[in-house]
Write a protein that binds this ligand. Structure first.
Ligand code: SPV
Ligand code: MG
Length: 433
């Protein structure tokens, strides 16, 4: 009986190096391709250019390929235990770096049933590397980037966004990946918070930092990252102005704007009712949403309506009534906010909202109910979780501490141990070739 040879592939550009690997694999037996699902690809590298079905067609056309099965995780374990291939074939480029724990797990699982790992020299043709960086650059162009948020929402039950307020924080959100249990996790999107964008400029979060300046932040992030951007549009301003904001953000390649149903002098929601804040009428806010939807030129761009009823203690019924009305007015998603540590009101809202609306994406910002995990939030039908300010809150005390210690010691030696060498920071910054 022919042996089974398992080859896992995540690529959407088939080049000579891949073909050679598959030919090599075919010399050992029948080739089974473990084709990474879109979610598995996006979990550890960029969003695939071609979706699973398209990539499947490419591999089906190769005469060396006997069958194709989906690989749903970065970990090979589930498929290896299911299909028990005699061999796993891979390039020898995963002995070090991020994939090395995945390789170790493959060796361990193969050993458990008597399979074998066969590694062939990885083809290091510089053209292949160039191709990959070319497609990465393409995916940061406005049309491609804009569409990524909707794709992510369609692909994953829950999507995450992390706050970024500069090119450097954008790079941290772009590049941070953790590997656990054979899987990989990274942030799916970036949130441009009005609070952090203002704070970074030493200004209060009261719609004072003007749009020209906020666009500058978008531009900085756009230049050095590829992930989709969710923009905090505050109240969206007057309806007559909001329509221009929609057009500008959409043209720039932003994926979504979130506007909140407040009017007059907006203050940050974390103040709640401690400061005077006025909620807009349902009628006015719906008109603003509809006007924005009307001027959109793509279906990719999303206008998400944020309800402040729980923040302003207007009650659950008001929150539900408003959010359903906002969806009816055309909103592509709703955000429900709370500043309580206890997530009970958020969960009650989501459970009740989902009874009559099973599809509209629900967004939350779990700053105060930070105890809740992604899994907890997802189990109540929440689709987008925004970590709205954590990078800024990490940086401020670290900078204050260093500033004080140097003053106290009349030199900087005492803080050296706390500081990242600049050589390491520089390596995060990509150079154009
Ligand atoms: C922001 O990050 O600016 C927000 C979320 O609007 S919150 O600060 O919680 O209001
Ligand atoms: Mg804000």
């Amino acid at each position: 009986m022919a042996k089974t040879v398992y080859v896992a592939v995540s690529t959407d550009i088939l080049h000579g190096g891949h073909i050679q690997l598959i030919k090599n694999a075919a010399t050992l037996g029948d080739v089974m391709i473990g084709l990474f699902t879109d979610e598995a690809v996006a979990s550890y590298k960029r969003y695939p250019l071609l979706d699973y079905e398209e990539r499947k067609k490419i591999f089906e056309s190769l005469k060396e390929v006997k069958c194709i099965v989906p690989q749903e995780t970065l970990s090979f374990k589930p498929n290896l235990l299911k299909y028990k291939p005699d061999y796993v074939v891979h390039g020898d480029n995963w002995k070090e770096g991020v994939l090395s724990p995945v390789r170790n797990e493959v060796i361990e699982v193969l050993k458990s049933y008597g399979g074998e790992l066969v590694e062939f020299p990885y083809s290091s043709n510089p053209v292949y590397k160039k191709l990959d960086s070319y497609f990465r650059d393409q995916s940061s162009l406005p049309d491609q980037r804009r569409a990524k948020l909707r794709k992510m929402l369609a692909m994953k039950p829950v999507v995450t966004a992390m706050e970024a307020h500069s090119g450097l924080t954008g790079l941290i959100v772009e590049k941070t990946v953790v590997y656990e249990e054979g899987g990989a996790h990274q942030y799916d999107a970036m949130w441009i918070s009005s609070l952090c964008d203002s704070t970074d400029k030493g200004k209060p979060d009261i719609e004072l930092v003007d749009m020209t300046s906020r666009f500058q932040t978008i531009d900085e992030l756009m230049e050095v990252t590829t992930k989709p951007i969710v923009f905090d549009g505050d109240t969206g301003g007057r309806t007559e102005h909001f329509v221009y904001l929609v057009r500008s953000l959409e043209r720039m390649g932003v994926s979504a704007v979130i506007i909140e149903d407040k009017t007059g002098l907006k203050k940050n929601s974390l103040f709640g009712t401690e400061v005077e804040q006025t909620q807009d009428t349902i009628e006015n806010f719906c008109a603003k949403i509809s006007a924005g939807e009307k001027v959109k030129r793509t279906n990719d761009f999303m206008i998400i309506a944020r309800c402040e009823s729980l923040i302003l203690e207007q009650g659950m019924e008001d929150a539900l009534e408003r959010c359903h009305a906002y969806v009816d007015a055309g909103a592509d998603g709703i955000m429900i906010h709370s500043r309580k540590k206890d997530p009970a009101e958020i969960y009650e809202f989501c459970d009740r909202f989902r009874k009559t609306d099973s599809t509209t994406p629900i967004v939350v910002v779990p700053t105060s109910f930070c105890h809740e995990t992604l899994e907890d939030l997802s189990s109540h039908g929440i689709n987008l979780v925004i970590y709205a300010n954590q990078l800024m809150r990490a940086a401020v005390p670290a900078m204050q501490e260093v500033a004080e210690t140097i003053l106290k010691n009349h030199r900087s030696e005492e803080v050296e141990g706390e500081l990242m060498p600049f050589g390491k920071i520089i390596r995060m910054i990509d150079e154009l070739e």
